[in-house]
Structures are given as structure tokens and as C-alpha cells.
Design a protein around this ligand. Structure first.
Ligand code: ATP
Ligand code: MG
Ligand code: FE
Length: 331
């Protein structure tokens, strides 16, 4: 039984997971309402909120799971990447609990967590390719087994979620913009012509900053000419440009590595267009596709507890000198 703790950004979360796959509790306290009025996450405000909530959230997670501290095999905490001040709150709480109880401590990479969200739905089978699409990451990862990560491709500039949020901001939609673009896109047609960054012919890397600039120019030019933007159509056009590249490169990665399964990870996995498109393409190509349910797509501690379980089983423990690593690398 592993207690997971996640405070890398603006969700304070604690969870209990049994055997790596069974979710016993997953308590998430979102700060979205606080940050919305600033149009993005304010690091200092996030840290302060985490401090206020973390103890209570940990207590609740144990309570809802019906377990006591002495039942725990390990305490798994997000070590990075993320906002350093935010990460430090989770890391300090985990270290304090580990020190007081003698329960082993495990430091987990946030993106490993996002991938392991799938493990709570159906046990991961290897080898696999994971498409990680979140607010800070867009990567294609190859996994040969538990705890074994190889990077096939990554974004060279903005992450997919970041592009959604920035374009939403240009369109005066509330933060975070991803879900708003998703909703608008469903009502529109992709009539605006926007670029897709395929990069070199065989590249599995991504780039979204050109697309963002194209949307910015389009909005600017329309306003200069006093023309109205067809909002739903613009959202649909932008979303399609992002999805074309994400879907195509994911399938390319699956074929190149010869694996039979693709898993989706990170907050942008919540995108309904992405879910539909991947389901269609994977069915055509007879690739097994795993997508987490919405509540496990965005930041939560259950995914951290799940990933941490396999580090614990590998004997990969952290010392009490464990520090938050804002730029921690997965591979
Ligand atoms: P990272 O995991 O890289 O550290 P993060 O934790 O901030 O970044 P997540 O919480 O995993 O990212 O995901 C948040 C992102 O997901 C935001 O950019 C948000 O706009 C995006 N997102 C959420 N729902 C949707 C959706 N339906 N369509 C598109 N994007 C979405
Ligand atoms: Mg978040
Ligand atoms: Fe995340």
C-alpha cells in the first residue's frame, strides 16, 4: 500500500493505491478558482495554498481509503518537474511523515505518474509507447518495462497544453483554456487554414509555437480589417492542426518501435477530439489504445502512488535529503 503526494503545480493531492493498480482513495484539491483571475498559475500563491491544505488532504486520503499510517509500505511524492516552491511542500510533507514513521520514501517523476494513471485502469503491458501531452510536456516515450523510459520525441518549444492555453487566451477564453477550446471546437468547422509543424521527414519531435503565432496573426489581421472572428471555427481549426500532428506522430512511433499498444497521458488526454481521433486510428491499425478517465488525466496523487509502487519494488528509495527538482528529467 502506497501513499502518493502530488503538489507540482496547482493541485494539492494525496491518494492511497494498493498493489500499484487498485485505487483506494484519490483526494484532489484544485486551486483553479484562485489562479483563474490571474489568467495562469501564480507560483507564490500556489505554494501558500499547498501549505494550508496538504496535511488535511493527506489525512483525508488515509481516511477515505480506510487505512492507517502503519499499513503503508511507502510514501511516494512528486519530486519534479514543476514549480519549485509548490514541489517543496509535497516533498517536505512526505519527508516529515517518513522521518516520523520510518516508512520508506520514494521520489517520483511527475510524467511517470501521468503514464501510470493508465495502470489504474488496466495493468500496463510492455513494451508500449506513451504519448504524454500536458501543460508542460509533449513527448513520445517508449517503455520496455516498469521504470524503464526512453524518449522518442519531444516538443522543441511549447507543450500542447500550453499552446491550447495560449491560444485560448488570445481568444479571450478563461484559464485554463484547453477545455474551452475543446467545447468550442465541437461546435465549429475547421475552415481557417493553419500550419502543421511536421519538422524533418522522420522526426518524432513537435513544435507548436508557429501555430500559436499563426493564430495570433489571424486574430490581429481580422481586427485590423474590422472583421469578426468565427470563434468556433477558429477553435476547430486550431485543435485540428494540433491533433493532426499528435495522432500522426504517435502512430509513426508505434510503427517504428513495433509495439502493439499506445497509452495516452497528461491533461490534454482529456481532449474529446484527441480521444475520438486516436480511437479511430488505433482501431484501423489494430493498435491497443489506453486512455485514462478524465479525473485521472489531470494532476492527481493516485498516479504518483502507482508509479512509486514500482520504484519501491525495485528498491529505488529516496534519502531524507531528497530535494525538489523543478527540471527533473525522466530519461
Ligand atoms: P505537466 O504535467 O507537464 O507538469 P500540468 O501538470 O500543468 O503540466 P496537466 O495538469 O497534466 O498539466 O494538464 C493541464 C493542461 O491540460 C492544461 O494546459 C489544460 O488546458 C489542458 N487540458 C485540460 N483539458 C483539456 C481539453 N479538454 N482539451 C485540451 N487541453 C486540455
Ligand atoms: Mg494542473
Ligand atoms: Fe501534470
Amino acid at each position: 500500500m502506497v501513499l502518493g503526494i502530488e503538489t507540482s503545480c496547482d493541485e494539492t493531492s494525496a491518494a492511497v493505491v494498493k498493489g500499484g493498480t487498485r485505487l483506494l482513495s484519490n483526494v484532489i484539491s484544485s486551486q483553479m478558482d484562485v489562479h483563474r483571475k490571474f489568467g495562469g498559475v501564480v507560483p507564490e500563491v500556489a505554494s501558500r495554498r499547498h501549505v494550508e491544505r496538504i496535511t488535511l488532504i493527506m489525512q483525508k486520503a488515509l481516511e477515505q481509503a480506510g487505512v492507517s499510517i502503519k499499513d503503508l509500505d511507502a510514501i511516494a511524492v512528486t519530486q519534479g518537474p514543476g514549480l519549485v516552491g509548490a514541489l517543496l511542500i509535497g516533498v517536505s510533507a512526505a519527508k516529515a511523515l517518513s522521518f516520523a514513521t520510518g516508512i520508506p520514501l520514494v521520489g517520483v517523476h511527475h510524467i511517470a505518474g501521468h503514464i501510470y494513471a493508465n495502470h489504474l485502469v488496466k495493468p500496463l503491458e510492455f513494451p508500449l509507447v506513451a504519448l504524454v501531452v500536458s501543460g508542460g510536456h509533449t513527448e513520445l516515450i517508449y517503455m520496455e518495462g516498469h521504470n524503464r523510459y526512453e524518449r522518442l520525441g519531444r516538443t522543441r518549444d511549447d507543450a500542447a497544453g500550453e499552446a491550447f492555453d495560449k491560444v485560448a487566451r488570445l481568444m479571450n477564453l478563461p484559464y485554463p483554456g484547453g477545455p474551452h477550446i475543446d467545447r468550442l471546437a465541437a461546435q465549429g468547422n475547421p475552415g481557417y487554414d493553419l500550419p502543421r509543424a511536421w519538422l524533418e521527414a522522420d522526426s518524432l519531435d513537435f513544435s507548436f509555437s508557429g501555430l500559436k503565432s499563426a493564430v495570433m496573426n489571424l486574430i490581429h489581421n481580422a481586427s485590423q480589417r474590422n472583421e469578426a472572428i468565427r470563434e468556433a471555427d477558429l477553435a476547430a481549426s486550431f485543435q485540428e492542426a494540433v491533433l493532426d500532428v499528435l495522432v500522426e506522430k504517435s502512430l509513426r512511433a508505434v510503427k517504428r518501435t513495433g509495439v502493439k499498444r499506445l497509452v495516452l497521458a497528461g491533461g490534454v488526454s482529456a481532449n474529446s477530439g484527441l480521444r475520438v481521433r486516436l480511437h479511430q486510428r488505433c482501431a484501423q491499425e489494430q493498435i491497443e489504445l489506453l486512455i485514462p478517465p478524465l479525473e485521472l488525466c489531470t494532476d492527481n496523487a493516485a498516479m504518483i502512488a502507482s508509479a512509486g509502487t514500482y520504484q519501491y519494488l525495485d528498491g529505488n528509495f529516496a534519502e531524507l535529503s531528497l530535494n525538489a527538482e523543478p527540471n527533473l528529467s525522466l530519461v
